[in-house]
Design a binder for this molecule. Structure first.
Ligand code: C5P
Length: 288
């Protein structure tokens, strides 16, 4: 995430993520699943603008249906207030560009940005472990966004192992019109504990060595089958993307293909938009 300090406000840009690899390694007692996943931040971003205020207030023009107190940004703000014993407020404006229910982590990234931005606005020094604990309590992907870049994530997603890369990465995203519901996709996943879990080692090696060919060949998402079964648009997208080696991100519904360069991604945009006219097709790069 990026923080810009202005005279009367703080502007935080909250990136989306792709899951380049996602294996479900087991069921947990708390109702969640254990994961082995590799996430990469990408340059599709929401923007939070934070100003001092007497009370907490959120304006989110693109999500008028989400009650203010249920928005992860407000929950992050309240979590920070409570953990640090702060009773200061803020006016938060959230400009959404990351589609919701798309497996791109928009809500989680907004929450992580709110935590970091508000700590700055309120001039409080929050220990890393406190920040991480609040983040993990808000959602499985939120700790990743505190870190950003690329990371292999385990547990519910909250155990972060940074991965570095010597090159830039480019992708085409295909966002179907109908979102997926994360809980429903996990519920529809069959056979956890009966299959031999795949390993993220190849994806990590591809990123660390900058091997595009290896990355293309090692993309994987265990949630893809339930994602396809629950949303026929995902199934259609992946069928259209088959010859380009498409993959679903998170619990969907967005599908993506890696591209060898920025120009390859941009040159393919028009063709893909013609093939999938109901979907939003975007060319993105990683956020180093
Ligand atoms: O943590 P988050 O709120 O993003 O999770 C949404 C839902 O996704 C959970 O309620 C759970 O059903 C499912 N989930 C899971 N295992 C994970 C992450 C999410 O079962 N590691």
């Amino acid at each position: 995430m990026e923080l810009i300090l202005q005279d009367d406000c703080i502007v935080v840009s909250a990136p989306a993520k792709l899951n380049l690899f996602l294996e479900v390694t087991g069921c947990r007692d708390d109702g969640y699943h254990d994961l082995d996943t590799v996430m990469q931040a990408i340059d599709l971003r929401d923007t939070l603008t934070l100003q001092p205020g007497d009370r907490l207030e959120l304006v989110s023009p693109q999500t008028p249906d989400v009650p203010q107190e249920q928005n992860l940004v407000m929950r992050a703000a309240r979590g920070l207030q409570q953990a640090m014993g702060v009773n200061r407020g803020a006016r938060i404006h959230l400009e959404k560009r990351i589609p919701s229910g798309a497996g791109l982590g928009g809500g989680s990234s907004d929450a992580a940005s709110a935590l970091v931005g508000l700590a700055r606005l309120w001039s409080i020094d929050v220990p890393d472990e406190v920040m991480h604990r609040i983040a993990a309590g808000l959602g499985s992907d939120v700790p990743f966004f505190l870190h950003g870049g690329i990371a292999r994530c385990k547990g519910r997603g909250e155990k972060i192992f940074p991965v570095s890369t010597p090159v830039r990465w480019y992708y085409l995203l295909v966002v179907p019109p109908t979102p997926n519901r994360t809980a429903e996709i996990y519920k529809a996943l069959d056979g956890v504990g009966t299959y031999q879990p795949k390993t993220a080692d190849d994806v990590c090696r591809a990123l660390e060595t900058g091997s595009f060919a290896l990355l293309r060949n090692s993309l994987f998402n265990r949630l893809e089958d339930p994602g396809r079964a629950c949303n026929k648009q995902v199934d259609h997208c992946l069928a259209v993307l088959a010859d380009r080696v498409g993959c679903m991100t998170g619990s969907g519904s967005t599908c993506f293909v890696p591209c060898s360069s920025d120009s390859e991604a941009k040159n393919s945009l028009r063709r893909l938009r013609a093939l999938l006219p109901d979907c939003t097709v975007l060319a993105v790069s990683d956020v180093p």
